[in-house]
Each structure stands twice: as C-alpha cells, then as structure tokens.
Design a protein around this ligand. Sequence first.
Ligand code: UDP
Ligand code: MG
Length: 302
Amino acid sequence: MKLSIIVPCYNEESSVDEFYNQLTTKLNEKKIGYEIIFVDDGSKDDTSNKIEEIIKKDKCVKLISFSRNFGKESAMLAGLDHATLDYIAIMDADMQHTPSMLISMYEKLIDNKEYDVVCAYKAKRNDENPIKRTLTSIFYQINNHISEVKLLPGASDFRVFKKDVKDAILTLKENKRFLKGIFSWIGFNTIYVPYQPEKRLYGKSKWSIIKLIKYSLDGMISFSTMPLKALFMIGVVIFIIGLLNFILMGHLSSKTIILFVSIIMLSIGVISLYVERIYNNVLKRPNYIIKKELGFSKKTTK
Ligand code: UDP
Ligand code: MG
C-alpha cells in the first residue's frame, strides 16, 4: 500500500526540513511507500529552494509551485489533482499535524476496510483565543442548522482517505472551494479521531479573525440557499406589517422606516455573497496557476 501526502506550504522555510525528516523517519520505520507532494502556495521566503534541495536527495518528493498565493484550499486541490497513489493524506507543514498521528490514521484506515476516510478533529479548543473559539462555535451552530452538509465541530483538513474519495472530490469543479464541506457532501464512511494540534514549530498562523469570518461565510453559502429563502420570508412579513401599518395609521413611523431600511441593507449583503459566487463561477478562472513542477516525470514511488 502506498500513500500520497499532500502538504500545502506558505512561507514555511523554517519548518520544511524538520517536517520532511520527521515524516520520512516514521514512514520508513513502518515501511510505508510514499510520495510527498509539497505545494508551495506562492511563498515569499525560501520554501521552494528548501524543497528543491530535498528533491535532489529523495525522488519520492515532488514540488508544485504556484505563481502567487492562491490560498490553502487551492493548494490542497493542486495536490489532489497530482496525487497518484492508492491512499491520500493532507497535512500541514508546520508540525501541528504530527507524523505519528498520520501513521496511526493511515493504519486505522487500512485496518477498517469498510471506512473510506479518517479525519482528525480538535476535541478541545481551550488553547484558542476566546473570540476565535466563540466565532468558530457560532459558525458550526449556524452551518449545521441551515446547510445540507453537516460539519463535525473541530473537524480539520488533516485526513487520510482512499483514492476513490479523491476521485469523487475532483468531480466537483466549483471555484472557491470549501473542502470540509465537500468531504461531507460527497458522503463515504468517515471515522473521526480526536487530536490535539501541537504548537506551531516556527512562524505564526496565517489566519486572522477577518479571514476566518470570510472563510466561514463562504463555507456556509457553498452548501446552502437557506439564507435566500429566509430573505423571501422576511420580505413577506415586512410587506404585511408595512401594509397594515399604512392602512391603520396612514403613515409609517420613522423608527419603522429605519428598521425596514436596515433589513433591506442586510438582505443586499446576503444576496451579494451569492452574486459573488455566481460571478466567480461564471468567469471559470482556474483555482490556481502553476509556475513550476518538479519531480513528477521520474519514478515516483518507493
Ligand atoms: N497555507 C497555505 N496557503 C495559505 C495559508 C496557509 O498553503 O495561504 C498552509 C500553511 O503553510 C500550513 C497550512 O496551510 O501548512 C495551515 O496554515 P496555518 O498554520 O496558517 O493555519 P492554522 O494551523 O492556524 O489553521
Ligand atoms: Mg498551523
């Protein structure tokens, strides 16, 4: 059995060597054949050169370099597009996802033939700042109410899965991808295993609160039109209230008008999120552009 390991990297020059050493030590110990696909997501530091040095020593390592920063979702997609082996894993380069956890997830998948995906989820979120924790919890609550795909709170992109699952993911051609939602939407049997992410080895997380809110909103509307239906219902209610008010009192109070205008502004906001998606999907721009690929033509696995 062989494992393709996809590793999105953005400014990870300090981590890649240690990540590679620790990962391959574990894989060799367990005699697991592998290919490691590093996706350099437009790093501004020396990440690409570090990976090129590794490729000189190890023919099972590959590099995809993007022309600019397209985001982790695009990096994961490029990895999936290029992965060739029977089992696929996605893990971060910053050592928050440990190689030993990866191996135990892989072994779980091999031992449980009826399962297709092993997904690590953060059981405790006590280490995060309270604002991030509260926002994340609100996101899961709202999403699981309105969306046709249910997400397990804390479920991460750290997963190991069969090739069939990868093929199913790649049938979805949408722009602005939300992989956690896609995993849930395509189905398949998933085992969830709790994990506690390690501290980042170097550097800091690329997520700001604003980025997180934007990502969560994108994720929510990727799989639900419920907000649009809710707007229609709110519109009907406002129309009835407004009409009654007008008939009974002959005019609308300024407070009522302010309330109505605020609701209309909010509605435009919600609609614009969907319009943005339509715009992006109509243009059909690619999710990423590759500047350089290394290691793909030669013998690819051990
Ligand atoms: N990453 C990426 N593109 C980006 C941001 C992040 O490929 O635009 C990579 C990053 O190098 C890391 C993984 O995605 O390997 C997770 O990023 P990060 O550690 O910043 O997120 P967190 O662990 O805080 O969720
Ligand atoms: Mg991280």
